[in-house]
Design a binder for this molecule. Structure first.
Ligand SMILES: Cc1ncc(CO)c(N)n1
Length: 225
């Protein structure tokens, strides 16, 4: 399912994500995921960090759900549940199939990039108005769905990487993202130009965090001690 881009706000809020999508698709992590040359170590780093990320992402969505207008609260709360389901089902399976030592998951703490990204999502959801928290979360949804769809067309040479691609290319994830785009649409209709500009700044920031998250995995980013 192709996602809508005919919203009146798309040229403003979609542009930074569209730009970021081009950059992430060119990043060595996703190039290697698609052609099968991505080292297992980098994939394992990513899946472990993503498992840690998803717990806080779910918390951020739950905070957003609590601030959402009637009708949208349940949708966002359900998305928080879906994020936890990925953390509990998809990620352990990917780690096992990729041959990653389960002890590594237990011993690993959030990296600098993961900490920065989840802290930003949580702070924005908790301390800023609903529309700003929603904007900060939007690239997480949209970029992953677009990456899944783009990589599905080619498929990966590696069956483990192919599982990851299929999860994010799936129709039910596209439905989830379509729901959030409709929430953005209803929200933007109530806002001033300045409020929409604030949304755009959050989208620019979290789009960069999305790129940095993959970059940290390729670099094996560590804390200095
Ligand atoms: C870092 C990151 N962003 C977005 C998603 C999509 O849920 C994810 N799993 N991880």
């Amino acid at each position: 399912m192709a996602l809508r881009t005919d919203y009146p706000w798309w040229p403003t809020l979609g542009a930074p994500m569209q730009d970021g999508l081009g950059r992430v698709l060119d990043h060595p992590f996703l190039v290697g995921l698609a052609d099968g040359t991505l080292p297992r170590e980098a994939f394992g780093y990513f899946v472990i960090q993503d498992t840690l990320y998803l717990g806080d992402y779910a918390r951020a969505l739950a905070l957003l759900a609590a601030k959402a207008p009637d009708g949208d609260a349940g949708t966002l709360a359900a998305h928080a549940g879906e994020a936890v389901a990925a953390e509990l089902d998809l990620h352990p399976k990917l780690l096992a199939d990729a041959g990653i030592d389960p002890d590594l998951m237990r011993q690993t703490r959030p990296s600098p990039a993961t900490t920065a990204y989840t802290s930003y999502l949580l702070a924005t959801a908790a301390q800023r108005p609903f529309h700003e928290g929603l904007a900060a979360a939007l690239p997480c949804y949209w970029i992953y769905q677009q990456v899944g769809a783009a990589l599905e067309a080619e498929g990966s040479a590696d069956p483990v990487y192919q599982q990851w691609i299929e999860a994010y290319a799936a129709a039910d994830f596209a439905d989830t993202v379509a729901q959030v785009l409709d929430i953005v649409d209803r929200t933007v209709a109530t806002l001033t130009e300045e409020q929409v500009a604030a949304m755009r700044r959050h989208i620019e920031t979290t789009t960069r965090y999305e790129w940095m998250f993959w970059d940290a995995a390729v670099r094996g980013e560590r804390w200095p001690w």
